[in-house]
Design a protein. Structure first.
Length: 589
């Protein structure tokens, strides 16, 4: 295994040196990627594209010239479904390839790695055709595989599992007592949770969600059926679901995976599980809630491979990035990140810590739970059962000689008080609050019972953030509107006038295509409101000024509001008017 990994790194280094010689990447970029490859084990090309050092098309055009193999943009090819079906789906997915055309006995196959002679020989034997391999980008191949196999595959796979379960010797039906109530016999529950068809159903749901880049999975019962929904880019999408009779067995399986009590159905339970999919380790946070028709399960998918740790990648406007970078490097004080659940607060905190992570500083965190493991940082998980809370953990940290402290969330007076004490004794503290905007965080701290002079003397900045969906680049289109159309968005006059050309404003939207599930959106980007505490704001905080007054003065001093941040993304062609209104509807300047 080690020899194979070293061989892969040597090949990658040679390819990287060729890219450097062609001036497509720099020596430093190659060095960074090779270091990351040692840790993650991913392909060089994938990491180069992921870090945006080179585009997929430029990379594959370069490889095409070097190896004298045709490069094809398969998004522009009219592909016949009969040709696609010449190669089985499992082979296409396993080797990331797809048949795109046939001419007589010659089958043209788009591949991420057309130099793999073993796969080419297997394809020839399997299909009976001569194979002509061509280069195509990984994302294009995956999108095309999803187009031809995707939705149909999930439904057919589920139907196949259900069909096989009918003929299986294993009993996965729900056991009921004489009064028609579900039996709580633990042996029965374990048996149904470990039945092969149930394991396959759960695996199918998890694999489908991860491939769809979902952040959450909802498995919820009604009185007649079970519903499965994936949260993709912040919005829930219905998915193929098994019949209701399998619901309890599926919940039991999830409990077994997460080390929860399968016999307990009366109280909520929280657990955690680890999966390995395509070489990547995936963490699942599992929450089970008793409802009227049965238990509902929600799973949060934590995929560290998708974690953005560079603050430049978080979507900050240049002015905001400058303030953020300055405040996180202060010698002491408190930096707060605010926003609702799922707004990217943890990612922002982890990015700040990754930026500051250095052998010369001691960084400790207390989290509930630890979402991602960061090398070189001491991370502690809350465990209320043994008395380890945010407050008790934070109190212990001060005896651990820390330079930087991160508290997952400040919820009460005790935790806030200890955080302020830490900041006053020379520590840099990071944490989160649940408030609607940056100025509201100051009011929230006051409601906890903290004296205003303590807040004003320790608070460095408050970042309020949200995530807006970005337009799918495969189906993006341009359209024009009159300035009056945007009047309801409270756009500042200078910003509006900068984008008026010929009396109109150019905007973008997604038409909807196979790659974005016909939503017109793919991916999300952050919008931010950063309130930096200066002398004028300190005076207002000490005087117990209202949140509205603090926001008014902050805006006068140059603070970009959430609405303005979103509007800038709108004018940059990253998002749509509908997203701006949906996400920042409550933000009124």
């Amino acid at each position: 295994m080690a020899e194979k990994k070293n061989f892969q790194i040597n090949i990658s280094r040679k390819l990287g040196e060729m890219l450097v010689a062609a001036k497509l990447i720099s020596e430093k970029q190659l060095s960074d990627v090779l270091e990351e490859q040692k840790r993650k084990g991913q392909k060089l090309g994938h990491l180069l594209v992921e870090k945006q050092y080179i585009t997929e098309n430029k990379l594959f055009e370069f490889l095409s010239k070097q190896f004298n193999i045709e490069f094809v943009d398969i998004s522009k090819v009219n592909i016949d479904e009969e040709v696609v079906n010449l190669i089985p789906e499992n082979i296409a997915r396993r080797h990331n390839l797809i048949a795109i055309s046939r001419n007589g006995n010659l089958l043209k196959v788009a591949m991420e790695d057309p130099l793999n002679i073993i796969v080419l020989d297997d394809l020839k034997m399997m299909t009976g055709f001569d194979i002509k391999p061509v280069f195509a980008s990984e994302s294009e191949i995956i999108a095309t595989i999803t187009k031809f196999y995707g939705v149909k595959s999930s439904q057919e796979a589920l139907n196949e599992i259900l069909k096989n379960s009918m003929t299986s010797d294993e009993d996965v039906s729900v056991v009921e007592d004489k009064k028609g109530r579900e039996e709580d016999d633990i042996i029965s529950l374990e048996k149904t949770g470990e039945a092969a068809p149930i394991i396959k159903m759960v695996n199918l749901i998890l694999a489908s969600a991860i491939k769809a880049h979902a952040s959450d999975i909802h498995i919820e019962p009604t009185y007649k059926e079970t519903h499965v929904r994936f949260r993709i880019d912040g919005v829930l999408h219905p998915q193929p679901a098994p019949p209701k009779k399998y619901h309890n067995a599926i919940i039991s399986r999830l409990k077994i995976m997460s080390n929860l009590d399968i016999s307990e159905k009366r109280v909520p339970q929280d657990g955690r599980s680890k999966l390995k999919i395509e070489g990547r380790e995936i963490d699942l946070r599992v929450s089970v809630l008793p409802c009227g028709p049965g238990e509902k399960a929600v799973m949060r998918i934590l995929d560290s491979s998708g974690l953005k740790l560079k603050i430049e990648d978080l979507g900050f406007e240049p002015e905001n990035l400058a303030v953020f970078a300055k405040c996180i490097r202060a010698p002491h004080g408190i930096n707060l990140i605010t926003g609702p659940t799922g707004s990217g607060k943890s990612t922002t905190l982890y990015s700040a810590l990754a930026t500051l992570n250095d052998p010369s500083v001691n960084i400790v965190t207390i989290e509930d739970p630890i979402e991602y493991n960061l090398e070189g940082i001491n991370q502690v998980g809350v465990n209320a059962d043994v008395g380890l809370t945010f407050a008790s953990g934070l109190r212990s940290f001060l005896r651990q000689d820390p330079d930087i402290i991160m508290v997952g969330e400040i919820r009460d007076f005790e935790t806030m008080s200890i955080a302020i004490n830490a900041a006053m004794t020379g520590h840099l503290v990071f944490s989160t609050l649940h408030t609607n905007d940056a100025a509201g965080a100051i009011t929230r701290i006051g409601m906890m019972g903290i004296e205003p002079f303590l807040t004003s003397s320790t608070l460095l900045m408050v970042v309020a953030q949200r995530l807006v969906r970005t337009i799918c680049q495969n189906c993006i289109e341009v359209y024009e509107v009159k300035p009056e159309f945007l009047a309801s968005l409270n756009i500042s006059r200078p910003l509006l006038e900068r984008n008026i050309k010929g009396g109109k404003i150019t905007l973008h939207r997604g038409k909807g295509c196979d790659r974005c599930a016909n939503t017109g959106y793919k991916g999300r980007v952050g919008i931010h409101e950063i309130l930096e505490v200066n002398d004028e704001l300190r005076a207002l905080i000490t005087a117990k000024a209202s949140a509205a007054k603090i926001k008014e003065v902050a805006v006068k001093n140059g603070m970009i509001t959430l609405r303005e941040s979103a509007v800038r993304k709108l004018f940059a062609g990253l998002t749509t008017v509908e997203e701006v209104v949906r996400i920042t509807g409550s933000d009124v300047d």
